[in-house]
Ligand binder design. Structure first.
Ligand code: FES
Length: 237
């Protein structure tokens, strides 16, 4: 069976390997589909729904949907971008995000998505939840006010036996992600840094590392999120 499939995104013909997730196939074709919970090399979860696209007329998550021959995908359409914008706004009002005071400002994917979707003031009421800053671990601070529950840290930060060092605690709308009480000692300096880097917001911070990158040199200071993909010179497989 032919491994290469032909499909289209917003009417642009694309080629990819059969079974590749739509978000990765789009990237290879120089098309950006916004993501938040997804991370390269980490098993997709389909949790945040920012990557929502229309596949053959149905709303689906691009990070968990494999491409197939003849698929027609709508990505950069007003209706879809409005859904994404609403999700970003909901994430902002659900937590306590104060960008000017955040160590991850300029490197934060949620903030960068808000700029991309022109979020000025959220249309939804702020919930201002009471959440703690957990500084009990010797290497990291877990800032629960900023956590978007994307599970990237749970899925990617593992000890030498493959066990997740981060875990959920509590239930319902009080659910939090933190260092697992038994495996916290397995968080090496290297893994702590990886956790901080993989966190899309400023919820995992290596202690004594805040604000080390000057304004103007941070990841999204000059180039908006997605510009690295959209500017790709496309080489078809
Ligand atoms: S990036 Fe696809 S659901 Fe979060």
């Amino acid at each position: 069976m032919n491994k290469i499939v032909k499909f289209s995104i917003d009417g642009v013909e694309c080629l990819a390997t059969r079974g590749q997730f739509v978000v990765d196939a789009a990237k290879e074709n120089g098309i950006y589909i916004p993501t938040l919970c997804n991370y390269p090399g980490v098993k997709p979860k389909g949790g945040c729904r920012i990557c929502t696209v229309k596949i053959n007329g149905k709303l689906m998550t691009a990070c968990t949907s494999p491409v197939s021959e003849g698929m027609q995908i709508e990505n950069n359409a007003n209706e879809i971008n409005e859904i994404r914008k609403a999700i970003v706004e909901l994430l902002f009002v659900e937590g306590n995000h104060f960008c000017p005071a955040c160590e991850k400002s300029g490197n934060c994917e949620l903030q960068a998505l808000a700029y991309r979707f022109h979020v000025m003031a959220p249309r939804f009421p702020f919930s201002f939840p009471i959440r703690k800053v957990d500084a009990s671990h010797p290497k990291i601070i877990k800032e629960q006010n900023r956590c978007v529950l994307c599970k990237r840290c749970i899925r990617a930060i593992k000890d030498y036996k493959g066990r997740s060092i981060f875990a959920y605690s509590k239930r319902g709308n009080r659910v939090e992600v933190g260092v697992d009480s038994k495996l916290g000692k397995e968080l090496t300096d290297e893994l702590a840094q990886k956790a901080m880097d993989i966190c899309p917001v400023g919820s995992i911070l290596v202690k004594e590392k805040g604000f080390y990158q000057p304004i103007g040199t941070r990841k999204y200071d000059k180039n908006p999120i997605g510009s690295d993909i959209e500017n790709l010179v496309v080489s078809k497989p």
